[in-house]
Design a protein. Structure first.
Length: 69
């Protein structure tokens, strides 16, 4: 199974997929929205093959939902 890992950080969104040698990243920050995150990730991963996505982000998750700090 090929996995795409997306790490949402305060200054960058970093991505790496199974079988790839180098991570890719794009700038994030306070103005980053979910729509911009998805758009940027889809653009950078367009030539990668994956079946599942794992997302890490700097915030709480309660009852399988994203929360706010």
């Amino acid at each position: 199974m090929n996995v795409l890992v997306i790490d949402i950080g305060g200054s960058h969104v970093r991505m790496l997929a199974t079988g790839q040698d180098e991570a890719r990243k794009f700038a994030s920050g306070r103005t980053m929205t979910p729509r911009l995150t998805v758009s940027g990730a889809r653009k950078l991963a367009k030539d990668w093959q994956y079946e599942v996505v794992f997302i890490g982000y700097p915030g709480p998750a309660l009852s399988r939902r994203v929360g706010t700090a």
